[in-house]
Each structure stands twice: as C-alpha cells, then as structure tokens.
Design a protein around this ligand. Structure first.
Ligand SMILES: Nc1ncnc2c1ncn2[C@@H]1O[C@H](COP(=O)(O)OP(=O)(O)OP(=O)(O)O)[C@@H](O)[C@H]1O
Ligand SMILES: [Mg+2]
Length: 223
C-alpha cells in the first residue's frame, strides 16, 4: 500500500511542485500517473523512494511512515520498490548483465545465485540474448527492458516506471506496457507515469491526473 496524505513539496522558495496530494494505492493495483510536463509526476516517485522529503504531509508505504524512517531502514524501503527512471540510469561501460546484477552485488548475493537470478529476469523481460552487449548496442525498447529487469532484480513489491514509453514508437510502447501488465498480474503493484493518452485509454486501468502539482483526476479501473 502507498498512501500520501496532504503531501506538498516546495523546491526552495518557489511555487509548490506538489500541493495537497491525497492518494491511496492498494497492493496489486496498476495505476497511471498522467499530467503535462512539470506537473509533478517524477517528484511523486522521488518522494515515494524517499529521495526527497515532502514539505508537508505524510507518506506511508505498507506499515512504514517513510518520513520518519530511521536512516538504516532506507535500504529496506528501496528493496521493496523497483524504479525505472525517466533517464534509465544504465551504466554505459558495463554490459547488460553487469548493469542488472549490480543491485545483487551491493547486497552480497553469492555470484552463482546472482547469475541465475539475472538470467531469469533477463529471460522474463525478453532480452537474455543481449546479456553480453553494452547499452549503446541496444534499441530504445530493449534498453527499457534492461531498466525494467534491473528494477525487478530484487523482487520488489512495487514498481515505479517513469515514462517507460517516452521515446518509443507505438508498437514498441505497447510491448513495454504489455510487459508491465504481465508483471502486475503476478502481483507487483505498478505506478506508471506517462504522457501517452492512447495507451492509458486502451488499458483501462486507474488514472491519476496531475496538473501544476495538483491532483485533478482519479478515475477508477474500467475493466
Ligand atoms: N530539484 C528541483 N529543484 C527545483 N525545482 C524542481 C526540482 N525537481 C523538480 N522541480 C520542479 O518541480 C516541478 C515538477 O517536476 P517533475 O519533474 O515532478 O515533473 P514531471 O511531471 O515529472 O514532468 P515531465 O513530464 O517533464 O517528466 C517542475 O516545475 C520542476 O521544474
Ligand atoms: Mg518526469
């Protein structure tokens, strides 16, 4: 469960990037976060992973009040939540395998187990054949799959995908959304930020709309 109550975020002395956001997402939901550029989508993601603290309000992830979370628990929170960043954040000088294995190395998983887990996840997102290539050798859609694989490697309960179809053609975008849907059907809660109104309409999932930092829509599932 993700719960934001009366959340506002101000950067510096400027206007509110987010204002009075009240939002509750249940385990297993698939939710689209839509809104024009600058409306606050990425800021919501950064608050949920506690990369930022809100100026006001509370954020609860499962049983955790993440604003008052002790520092040593932040890695546990981050393990619960996989993120596909808007700019992917893949390391250019490492292979696909090396990019995806990284979160496992950080927590000292045995290399044999890590290798097996990475191969499983690369297979599940359909890019195992590219494991030894470097990011520059892959297409945009393939790179999105790598970023999704890395986000899934620690089996998170929640997946945040920030415009995962941003630079892709229609067919490739649809493939990515189908992949996210399949991941959601296995139980992962998904929050996807997007500008792509066609996809949002076609999928019929819950839609949360932001405009200039305010929540202007919360449309429930249609299917
Ligand atoms: N670190 C920061 N410092 C100052 N202002 C910021 C910072 N991060 C975001 N903002 C501002 O907060 C607002 C919301 O930004 P955010 O990145 O959340 O928008 P977004 O909805 O993700 O947009 P896009 O669709 O372009 O990705 C914008 O006006 C942005 O300029
Ligand atoms: Mg953004």
């Amino acid at each position: 469960m993700i719960k934001l109550e009366k959340v506002s975020k101000k950067f510096g002395i400027g206007y509110n990037a987010l204002f009075d956001i009240n939002l509750s997402i249940e385990k297993g939901e698939f939710v689209f976060l839509v809104g024009p550029t600058g409306s606050g989508k990425t800021t919501i993601f950064r608050l949920i992973i506690r990369e930022l603290l809100p100026t006001e309000g509370s954020i609860i992830i499962d049983e955790w009040d993440i604003i008052n979370l002790p520092k040593q628990k932040i890695p546990h929170l981050r393990k619960k939540i996989g993120v596909v960043f808007q700019d992917l954040k893949l390391l250019k000088d490492r292979t696909i395998f090396e990019n995806v294995v990284l979160p496992l190395e950080v927590i000292n998983i045995k290399p044999v187990e890590a290798k097996q887990r990475v191969e499983e996840v690369l297979e599940s997102v359909g890019i195992l054949e590219h494991r030894d290539k470097f990011p520059v050798q892959l297409s945009g859609g393939e790179l999105q799959r790598v970023a999704i694989a890395r986000a899934l490697i620690l089996s998170p309960d929640i997946l945040l995908a920030d415009e995962p179809t941003g630079n892709l053609d229609d067919d490739t975008s649809w493939e990515i959304v189908k992949l996210l849907s399949a991941i959601n059907e296995k139980g992962t809660t998904i929050l996807m930020a997007t500008h792509d109104t066609d996809i949002v309409k076609k999928l019929g999932k819950r839609i949360i709309g932001l405009d200039k930092g305010r929540m202007v829509k919360d449309e429930k599932h249609k299917k």
